[in-house]
Design a protein around this ligand. Structure first.
Ligand code: MN
Length: 485
């Protein structure tokens, strides 16, 4: 049970929350014009006459944006609507030169679906998707150049967005956080959105209300706009729900309203009373025809889909024998999962996973580098595991070889060869070292024989040290027991 109960003076309350996520579509050009979508360009460099709302300019739909949204819908297990249409949402704002936004209203591109989220206690829950529609983004007002003027940057105006709307299925901040992480992972796997919340390419609005535990009513909600990190979204939900409980406790009512998240306090601030869809005077967009798909179009996109994180995780557990936890960590990004698969191919997958989750990730962290910059290739990590499983080197030496691989990028075979690190499995050679150690330490040998068996570890350590760590530890244990016994 992951629901959050808020205890107030008037009893126990539960959270009812739905999310709307605006995801910038990955495409080379904007959704209704040929202008570039490149991030970080100079101010107003990527603006066509269409984006600037010049009179007489007509939108032309970028089909790539449609394909990307259909792909996302399929990734969220959703129904793709074979008929959809664009609508005008009318409102006046400086960053919207057309005076309206081209969006979808009554007939969205994608219908109902679901996303499975994984919770900390190991349980999972399906969050229902209500719809996904596509629309154009607005520009950006810049208020901090002049104290008396506002400037406008239209680079973002007309960039394609997917608006993903969930049902009010979240009962705790934790569930919302798990959903946002899963959604980000899915769109990144699909390559349909880069999911960078800090850069604004994934923005979250949360609709929050509370109700007495056990009731099924839906009370007026507050919509918190444009939260730009998962942590902030979770904070906003918790604090807004607590604020509402306090208001009800004091006998107040909550009006449907739009609020803003304040990063410094973690709380929400009143912005305006909520506008309703009537206020926008939606009507069908006269400049664009409806979208009509056949099965072939949808199947074609389906056949182009990559394996998604949930399916990959399941396969790693079932076919490669990983623990669910290891599989979850390795599948969080497509890059990590694919790197692991390359490393594990033809080797002991479970051991490769252990190396990755341990020394390998620690090495990336320490060097502050990404997976792509790793000096150790996946093939070389797989090979290192082989050298241990085939007894060419022991586990202790493998750690040293790994450190050398991280320094030089050399293959483990070359390092073992050059440094002479091959494990000693010649029992005659090991026995010789054991005899020397026992002869040099007669007191400890006598103590061991008199019953102080805890000294075994000390003897093993001495023998390993004498052999420069290269003796096969299992053989050392076995031969020592025989000689001391
Ligand atoms: Mn929208």
């Amino acid at each position: 049970m992951s629901g959050m109960i808020i205890s107030g003076k008037t009893g126990d309350w539960e959270i009812v929350c739905g999310l709307e996520i605006h995801c910038q579509i990955i495409s080379k050009s904007k959704i209704f014009s040929g202008a570039s979508t490149q991030y970080g360009a100079d101010v107003n460099e990527n603006v066509s006459f269409v984006d600037a709302g010049m009179p007489g300019m007509l939108p032309t739909l970028n089909e790539e944006c449609v394909r990307q949204a259909v792909k996302t819908g399929l990734g969220l297990n959703a129904k793709i609507n074979k008929y959809s249409e664009f609508s005008r949402k009318n409102y006046f704002y400086a960053d919207l030169p057309q005076g309206y936004q081209i969006t979808q209203f009554e007939h969205p591109l994608v219908g109902e679906g679901f996303v499975k989220i994984d919770l900390e206690d190991g349980s999972s829950k399906d969050i229902r998707i209500e719809r996904i529609h596509i629309e154009q983004d607005a520009g950006k007002s810049i208020h901090d150049i002049s104290p008396t003027k506002t400037f406008i940057d239209l680079n973002r105006a007309g960039v394609g967005l997917m608006e993903i709307v969930t049902k009010p299925d979240f009962r705790s901040p934790e569930e919302a956080g798990a959903f946002l992480r899963k959604l980000r992972s899915i769109v990144r796997y699909l390559g349909t959105c880069d999911g960078n919340m800090e850069e604004g390419s994934m923005r979250c609005d949360a609709s929050i209300s509370v109700r007495p535990v056990g009731s099924s009513e839906l009370r007026p909600r507050a919509e918190v706009k444009n939260v730009n990190s998962i942590r902030f979204a979770m904070q906003a939900i918790e604090n807004e729900a607590k604020r509402q409980v306090e208001a009800y406790d004091n006998g107040e009512t909550i009006a449907q309203q739009t609020r803003q998240f304040d990063q410094t306090t973690g709380k929400t601030k009143f912005l305006r009373l909520k506008e309703f869809s009537d206020d926008y005077r939606y009507f069908p967009e006269p400049d664009l025809p409806p979208l009509v798909f056949d099965d072939e179009y949808i199947n074609n996109i389906k056949s182009d889909m990559v394996e998604l994180p949930d399916a990959k995780r399941e396969r790693f557990v079932k076919e490669l024998g990983l623990t669910p936890y290891d599989a979850a960590v390795l599948c969080e990004t497509r890059e990590t999962a694919e790197w692991f698969e390359r490393a594990a191919k033809g080797h002991d997958a479970k051991k490769v996973a252990n190396w990755m989750m341990g020394d390998f990730f620690a090495m990336l962290n320490e060097k502050k580098i990404s997976l792509e910059e790793s000096p150790i290739t996946p093939e070389n990590l797989g090979r290192l595991v082989d050298l241990v499983t085939t007894n060419v080197i022991n586990g202790k030496t493998a750690k040293d070889v790994f450190a050398l691989m991280a320094q030089s990028g050399e293959s483990p075979d070359k390092i073992v060869e050059e440094k002479g690190l091959k494990q000693v499995t010649d029992s005659g050679a090991i026995e010789k070292v054991i005899d020397d150690v026992i002869a040099a330490n007669p007191n400890n040998a006598a103590a061991y024989r008199a019953g102080k068996t805890a000294l075994m570890g000390w003897f093993v350590g001495q023998v390993m040290k004498q052999s420069q760590g290269k003796a096969n530890p299992a053989m050392v244990n076995q031969l020592l027991a025989k000689k001391l016994g």
